[in-house]
Design a protein. Structure first.
Lengths: 203, 1003
């Protein structure tokens, strides 16, 4: 019986870059794009927020909710669901139930994206080579996520808990190769950059 | 501060030591233990660590540094900072060449190779000097008045060769540049006394601070003069503050870094010249910082202005503050006998610095009649003759200054000749308002200081030091604390109130500046205003006579302030001269516009690492490695790296494409179509929504079916095409051109969000979720059927233009019966992770049928043989549906759609529009894409052009698609084909060259 096999976008071997930054490609995981039709009228908003809350979808812009699965805010009516252990169908059934009163759609995009973890003292400085978005506290702390363009690639970022510097990054699979090449190039000399550190309690 | 002079009359003021015969025997912020060798115009010279190239050249007695832009006049060092207009030198050689570097900003390093620019054969004997001998021929705007006969272009090559200062690189720049984004609470531009004081206060308050100083050493004017802060010499105080800031984790110190641009929302552009770092050099030349700051403090200081008199550009004539700085900071004598000329008090301080260093100052000329009593006495007691109410008439010397002629104002007194080897001049100070003006700040003329000052709070920045209107160290320190306090209030920072800095001692100066900057004596056409662009007083007078009175016009006519120094030492003098000559107040004359960059920025730094492979986004296919293994040649198309053709053994490109085309026509071929744009549209209004975008009817499309669709913009111009497939009643998948995937998704979103927000539609781009393989050819079904699937692939169950969802070889699949080759075709979509596996598996199971991978080139030949449209290649920004044979469909549709209204315009109804037609070669020559067409009866102009062309392997002749004027009415006519001087003949035919009835598609 002929069966197709899935190949990873990048080998899971971690890349060790300049400045001690470690980049690791995570194994493929479930990703679902969730959208709810926007409430066109004011009196439809309550139902919209109620459905989003029932489905565990954060309505605060730039935030995430939950861990397994985790819901990432992408747009006022759009989210990305990521999960490592749950099946797509299990997540989808639950979401369909919660969102049933409203027009909505779930599209599996597990194969469209690659997740990278960047760890190390200079991980965020490295990304700052390619994006102007604020990657430090208090704007960028666990529980928040942001979308930006980094070195030509649209990316979705989330700070990893337990560290001030480690970041989870999701990007389109087709750009992964160039992006990782860019990371390696951008890491050259990154340790020589001293950025003004955030002093807690100041400002 | 007591002004006491301790004159060194007992020792020679200059030494004949290792690092220059003009070096003072002691003093200076230089490390005399570290001698650095460098080369200047091929000669080896020596300097000390801590020198700039300029100070080292002066220490070695090098006075002639370069030649001027227009007249090739000999020029020497004028200043000690970023404003330097004359000492522009070339550093390095070959690919490492850096042209037009300001010698005043280049820190000396061992092995530095520098040379003069804009001279031939040498700086001492420059043939270009002949231009100065006939200077009256080249007044302001001469190029607007001459060179009319026979044509400007006759002279242009010579003028272009002559113009310019340095030479640009011709080789690829081997240096590494990088860019970095950063944010901070407080960005301080300027590391002088005000900037340092503000940085220390902010750092102690825990703010994130970035401090940028354009020179390689912090300290600004503190390095140039005697003063004390907190009971310490100024330079010690600087070292102490820098040590504290270096140790603070919340401070980024950026020496050799220029804040060159201020943009909206407190976004600043900084250029860090890492190659100028004295300590710990890094293999990066420059770094471009994009900084977003909550607050920006400008402490950029002030720039001393020159005086205008005859031959005021001779080497040896320098700014007084610079002469003082070279003596105090670098222990360099700019002359052995130095005369001062001034209209303000600051030159007196510089003269005192020289006297302390043991340099002879025989004369100080002040155009004012009230020299400062407190400064007058110590100078006179040191033997300096101070002459008030007097000005310089002219200077002479060849190539450097030897004599100055002096006369009193308002009297017919005789002219005094004074021998000297340096003249230190001061025409007052102009605060460096450039960044403030870039931030849209307003300026006001300060009559007392005879300069423009910022109008506070007219720009979203705060000011300290000279920009805040202070004239001394105490004022700078106070203004820094005040600026920080103001920002703390605005931003809610917890900054403790600053305590006044104690122990400040400095030479007191008055703020007042005399109005006179231009000597009333001497020849105006030999008195320079803009050194770098060779603009004279006479040029300004001429421009005014010719009516160029508005300062912006005058600037452009005379080119004053338009050189690379952007008029840092000329703008103010020019507009004060205009005020004098026209009898207006300087405020009403106004200033020209300051724009970024403040100082030149290397293009390499702006590009940074976005070069080579990182110039643009580059996408890779899921099966890229499979294509590489097959030896594919790749090309970039729509941002994707795509197989172009797959050569076998020694096959040529043409042979490979021909083989691939014939394999598809006669057997089966495999094409990686993954970049095809894919967008899912779902929701109760999905059909109605899509129907508004396509020329074709979407409402009548049944689930399970697909349809070709043409998309227009509001002007009725074709912007994309693809397939519309209805998976379920409220679920569609549309495909777009590969390059249009992102653009069309955004187009749909924009219309939904802005125009039809009430429609219940959900748009999801899924291009890279699916890997797409096109299996094409008469044997395509045979090969596909070898994979296990729950989809009935039979011709009846699954006809052309249908879509089926199911599983294929164990994974979810969407299969479309569509074809861009004109043969029986299946577009097979599986989740992208399985793309490589699908590619390998199909090659494997199709081995018996000699399945052939084909690339983009073969695909384009296949579609050309069928006359299928390639949007973007066959169409342009004017092409309407009627031009490509879709006029009837567009007209027949009853519902409205984007672009429909525009199709009714008379222009779109003309019958002589360019129409897409086929061309069949009637001669031997090839048909070439881009060739122009002309009908037999046309005498001039073009009747169209070829948009796609190929030698058809199937038909054995050249075929082409072409936009032909009124083409459909001319089927069968011959046209002349013109291609870069070659001529040919072709016949206009129906564009469907192969299988015009489409029977093979339905196999």
């Amino acid at each position: 019986m002929l069966e197709l096999t899935r190949a990873p976008v990048l080998e899971p071997t971690p890349l060790f870059l300049g400045g001690g930054v470690e980049v690791r490609a995570l194994p493929a995981r479930v990703m679902l794009r969730v959208q709810i039709a926007r409430p066109a009228l004011l009196n439809q908003r309550a139902a919209f927020y109620a459905a989003a809350a029932a489905a565990g979808l954060p309505v605060e812009p730039g935030t995430t909710a939950g861990e397994e699965p985790r819901a990432w805010w992408l747009a006022p009516n759009g989210w990305l669901i990521t999960a490592n252990g749950l099946a797509a169908t299990t997540i989808a059934e639950k979401l369909h139930r919660a969102l049933a009163p409203l027009a909505h759609c779930l599209v599996e995009v597990s194969d469209a994206y690659l997740t990278l973890e960047l760890r190390g003292q200079h991980a965020r400085n490295l990304l700052a080579r390619g994006t102007g978005v604020e990657l430090r506290a208090p704007q960028f702390v666990p529980g928040r996520c942001l979308r930006t363009r980094c070195a030509h690639a649209p990316v979705l970022l989330r700070p990893l808990a337990g560290s001030d510097v480690d970041v989870e990054l999701i990007l389109d699979r087709s750009l992964a190769r160039q992006f990782c090449d860019w990371l390696a190039d951008a890491a050259v000399g990154i340790e020589a950059v001293k950025l003004a550190a955030w002093a807690p309690g100041a400002g | 501060m007591d002004i006491r002079l301790d004159l060194r009359r007992d020792a020679p003021p200059v030494s004949a030591g290792a690092a220059g015969r003009w070096r003072l025997a002691s003093g200076g912020e230089i490390d005399r233990a570290r001698v650095l060798e460098f080369s200047w115009n091929g000669r080896t010279l020596k300097g000390f660590a801590g020198d700039t190239l300029a100070s080292a050249l002066l220490a070695n007695g090098e006075r002639l540094i370069g030649r001027s832009f227009k007249f090739h006049r000999p020029r020497g060092i004028l200043s000690a900072g970023a404003e330097e207009p004359n000492a522009l030198v070339a550093l390095g050689e070959g690919a490492a060449l850096e042209p037009t570097a300001r010698a005043t900003l280049v820190p000396l390093r061992s092995g530095l190779a520098a040379r003069s620019q804009n001279c031939w054969p040498s700086v001492r004997f420059d043939l270009g000097r002949v231009l100065d001998l006939c200077a009256p021929l080249w007044p302001a705007g001469f190029y607007n008045k001459m060179f009319f006969w026979p044509s400007w272009h006759t002279y242009e090559p010579l003028i272009r060769r002559t113009a310019g200062l340095g030479a640009a690189l011709t080789d690829e720049d081997p240096e590494r540049y990088e860019s970095l984004n950063a944010s901070c609470d407080l960005l301080i531009a300027g590391g002088g006394v005000a900037g340092l004081a503000a940085a220390r206060l902010a750092a102690r308050a825990g703010l994130r601070v970035m401090l940028a100083e354009q020179a390689h050493a912090f300290g600004g004017s503190l390095l140039a003069r005697d003063c004390q802060i907190e009971e310490r010499p100024g330079s010690d105080w600087v070292r102490g503050v820098i040590a504290e800031l270096t140790a603070a984790a919340n401070v980024t110190l950026l020496p050799s870094t220029t804040v060159f641009g201020l943009y909206d929302h407190r976004h600043a552009g900084l250029l860090e010249r890492l190659n100028e770092r004295v300590a710990a050099p890094v293999p990066i030349r420059q770094r471009y910082w994009r900084v977003r700051a909550a607050s920006i403090l400008l402490a950029t200081g002030a720039i001393e202005q020159p005086l205008a008199f005859e031959h005021n550009d001779l080497p040896g004539i320098m700014l007084a503050g610079a002469v003082g700085e070279y003596a105090h900071r670098f222990a360099v004598a700019c002359g052995r006998r130095v005369i001062f000329a001034t209209n303000n008090d600051s030159a007196y301080v510089s003269a005192l610095a020289l006297l302390r260093a043991g340099i002879e100052v025989p004369l100080l000329i002040d155009s004012r009649s009230d020299p400062p009593p407190a400064l007058l006495q110590p100078l006179e007691s040191a033997g300096v003759r101070v002459r008030g109410n007097a000005v310089v008439v002219s200077a002479t010397g060849n190539p450097a200054l030897t004599t100055v002629r002096v006369a009193s104002l308002g009297a017919s007194a005789s002219i005094e000749q004074v021998r000297c080897d340096a003249l230190a001049m001061s025409g007052g100070w102009m605060p460096a308002v450039h960044l403030f003006s870039q931030a849209r700040g307003q300026l006001r003329f300060d009559a007392e200081r005879q300069c423009f000052l910022p109008v506070e709070a007219s720009a979203p920045v705060v000011l300290a030091g000279a920009l805040a209107g202070t004239d001394d160290v105490s004022g700078a320190l106070t203004s820094a604390a005040q600026a920080l306090a103001a920002e703390a209030t605005r931003l809610g920072w917890q900054v403790p109130p600053a305590t006044a800095i104690q122990g400040v001692r400095e030479t007191p100066v008055r703020a007042g500046v005399g109005r006179l900057r231009r000597s009333p004596f001497g020849r105006a056409h030999r008195a320079w205003i803009d050194y770098q662009h060779d603009v004279t007083v006479a040029d300004v007078e001429l421009a005014l006579r010719e009516g160029y009175e508005p300062i912006e016009l005058l600037k452009r006519y005379t080119t004053n302030g338009m050189a690379v120094d952007q008029g840092k030492t000329s703008n103010l003098n020019a507009l004060l001269l205009v005020a004098d000559l026209t009898g207006r107040e300087p405020q009403s004359v106004g200033t020209t516009t300051f724009r970024p960059p403040y100082t030149p920025v290397t293009l390499g730094a702006i590009a940074a690492r976005q070069i080579g492979d990182h110039y643009a986004p580059r996408r890779y296919l899921p099966a890229h490695a499979e294509h590489e293994a097959l030896g594919a040649r790749f090309e970039e198309a729509g941002g994707w790296m795509r197989p172009s053709w797959y050569p076998r053994a020694a096959e040529t490109r043409e042979d490979a494409i021909r083989r691939e085309v014939l394999a598809v026509r006669g057997g089966v071929g495999l094409f990686d179509a993954s970049p095809l744009g894919k967008i899912e549209i779902a929701g109760p209004d999905a059909a109605r929504f899509l129907d508004r975008f396509y020329v074709n009817n979407v409402l009548t499309l049944e689930p399970g079916k697909a349809r070709y669709g043409l998309m227009l913009d509001e002007n009725g111009v074709i912007i994309d095409d693809g397939t519309i497939a209805r998976l379920e009643a409220e679920h569609f998948v549309i495909t777009t051109t590969s390059g249009g995937a992102g653009r069309i998704a955004a187009w749909l979103e924009e219309w939904h969000q802005c125009e039809w927000p009430d429609m219940q539609v959900l748009i999801t781009p899924v291009t890279t979720q699916w890997s797409t393989v096109a299996l094409s050819g008469p044997l395509a079904r045979t090969v596909l059927a070898r994979l296990p699937t729950d989809i009935d692939l039979g011709a009846t169950a699954f006809p052309h233009l249908h879509v089926r969802c199911g599983t294929l070889a164990g994974v979810p699949a969407r299969i479309f019966r569509v074809s861009f080759s004109g043969e029986l075709g299946f577009e097979i979509n599986v989740p992208a992770g399985f793309g490589a596996s699908l590619w390998r598996t199909l090659l494997d199971v199709g081995r018996a049928e000699n399945i052939t991978p084909y690339g983009l080139e073969a695909l384009l030949v296949l579609r050309l043989e069928k006359g299928f449209l390639h949007v973007g290649a066959d169409t342009d920004g004017t092409t309407a549906p009627g031009d490509v044979g879709w006029g009837e469909v567009a007209q027949r549709k009853s519902a409205d759609y984007i672009g429909r209204r525009s199709l009714a315009r008379s222009e779109n109804r003309r019958t002589d529009r360019l129409q897409l037609m086929g061309l069949s070669s009637e001669g031997e020559g090839p048909l070439v894409c881009g060739a122009h067409l002309r009908f037999a009866d046309t005498t001039e102009g073009s009747d169209g052009w070829i948009t796609s062309a190929a030698l058809s392997p199937t038909l054995g002749r050249y075929v082409a698609l072409a936009m032909v004027r009124g083409g459909r009415a001319r089927i069968g006519d011959l046209v002349h084909v013109h291609d870069l001087g070659k001529r040919g003949v072709a016949r206009i035919v129906d564009p469907r060259f192969y299988d015009p009835k489409g029977e093979r598609l339905h196999a």
